[in-house]
Design a protein around this ligand. Structure first.
Ligand code: SF4
Length: 458
């Protein structure tokens, strides 16, 4: 049944402050010498049951990130997550592949290589037939989850998206009946998501970057991500309030109401109190579960990090990236995310922004969902065999000479620097840890009923 109520704006507007207050209170209420007893009690209760953590419990675990980084306790948290991961997903791991469709972007996120004002970046937009050709190659490799991703390109949204989703779903399903399609694009509205669901869309991924409103507005000063878009897919008029920030916050709710699975997450370490941003994700996800208990599917919890970009002159990270060591905390944060939600309700998403070793550890101990074979430039999978990439594969090209392109040309336009390995090598690593690849479809609530939403909070 479609609910008639929705989460109040005030919940979103106060979310970061609520999380920051809970995190700081955890530091004051438990003395450091008492923290081991508190952490052990939280883990014992969590592992014995199937429900998630309260805000105070999650905040206590997050003290182990930087406030009291006790190696033994951190290890206990990861071991507890491993038990919950096994109880929830057995030995399964689901792999996904991002397919970038356009690097034209009209937003100006300060941390991103594709921001509109990066004049050194080449730009590519790939044709629908070339996207579908790539998807066929990837489906034959065994992928069942295909993420359509790209810059904030409203032309693509208006002209190409519906037909692409329809055709991609039909063709990948013919190769792999469990095929699922997700979007990681500009947040839209519930009516758009309903139509896209009818086209075959399964899932919408929206990374908030940060729940801290003023910080979001600092890093994202203009474009669709700053303003949000309206029902006609045009930029909303800016009124002085940060409507893009709020629209993005509400994206998951709009997609859930349209019957889609959703992903949420922050760029880990963008906020000065990174732990408060991480806790914001937990509180946001729990609120969605509580508000939409009947239709919510497992939440995909993304873990973006601020990686360097290829166009050095435009890399603000060199001077502005906060001093947070994402790599050494990645697995621990993944464990806290998993423990915070009821069993099977959080698909923590390990990605290629950290090394394959960290990514694999993360999969073994906390993450059911992971990317393999990551290349983040439109058309990148077409040149995998070393053959030239015909110019006709692209609708629009900016910044590259005339004629055919090769893999190096295409990859010179990647959004940010990341780790790369083949799908086959990742699968071998997972199998070496006793895991085997399954379709993510197999872990939806319709397949494996999740814990009742009433257990979401301790
Ligand atoms: S993060 Fe996305 S919206 Fe922002 S500049 Fe990069 S591609 Fe554009």
């Amino acid at each position: 049944m479609t609910p008639t109520h929705s989460i109040e704006d005030q919940f979103y507007r106060s979310l970061y402050t609520t999380a920051e207050t809970a995190y700081l209170a955890a530091g004051k209420s438990v003395a450091e010498q008492d923290l081991p007893d508190v952490v052990e009690a939280i883990l014992e209760r969590r592992v014995a049951g199937e429900g998630g953590l309260s805000a105070a419990e999650a905040a206590s675990l997050l003290r182990l990130v930087r406030d009291a980084p006790d190696a033994r306790l951190r290890d206990l948290v990861v071991k507890a997550a491993r038990k919950v991961r096994h109880a929830s997903f057995g030995d399964g791991v689901a792999t996904m592949v991002p397919i970038e469709v356009t690097s034209f972007c009209s937003s100006t996120c300060r941390f991103c290589g594709w921001r509109a004002d990066n004049k050194d970046m080449i730009r590519l937009a790939i044709t629908e037939s070339a996207i579908r050709e790539q998807a066929q190659i990837l489906a034959r490799k065994g992928f069942s989850h295909f993420e359509i991703a790209g810059g904030d390109d409203l032309k693509f949204l208006k002209e190409n998206l519906h037909s692409l989703v329809r055709n991609l779903k039909t063709e990948t399903s013919a190769v792999n009946p469990d095929a699922r399609v997700s979007l990681c694009l500009v947040p839209m509205h519930e009516p758009h998501y309903r139509k896209l669901r009818a086209d075959g869309l399964d899932c919408v991924l929206t990374w908030q970057e940060t729940y801290k409103e003023d910080l979001y507005n600092h890093h994202i000063p203009s474009g669709p991500k700053a303003s949000g878009i309206d029902l006609d897919l045009k930029l909303q008029k800016r009124t002085g309030e940060s409507i893009g920030w709020l629209h993005r916050m509400q994206s998951q709710e709009m997609a859930v109401r349209a019957g889609l699975q959703v992903g949420l997450g922050v760029m880990i370490g963008l906020a000065e109190i990174a732990e408060a941003d991480i806790l914001s994700v937990v509180l946001h996800g729990q609120k969605l579960i509580e508000t939409y208990p009947d239709q919510i599917e497992p939440l995909i919890i993304g873990m973006p990090t601020w990686n360097p970009i290829t166009t050095e002159a435009f890399d603000n990270g060199k001077t502005e990236r906060p001093p947070f060591d994402a790599a050494s905390n990645f697995e621990f944060v993944a464990a806290v995310y998993l423990l915070s939600f009821p069993n099977r309700m959080a698909w923590v998403f390990a990605n290629g922004r950290v090394s394959p070793e960290i990514q694999t550890n993360c999969v073994e101990n906390a993450a059911f969902f992971t990317s393999t074979l990551v290349q983040i430039a439109p058309g990148a999978y077409l040149g995998l065999d070393g053959k030239p990439v015909p110019r006709a594969m692209f609708d629009r090209v900016r910044g590259l000479p005339e004629g055919e392109l090769n893999q190096e040309d295409v990859l010179s336009g990647e959004q940010f620097v990341h780790y790369y390995d083949s799908h086959e090598n990742f699968v071998a690593r997972f199998e070496g840890r006793g895991l085997s690849v399954v379709s993510d479809q197999s872990m939806l609530r319709s397949q494996v009923p999740a814990v009742p939403a009433s257990l979401a909070l301790a």
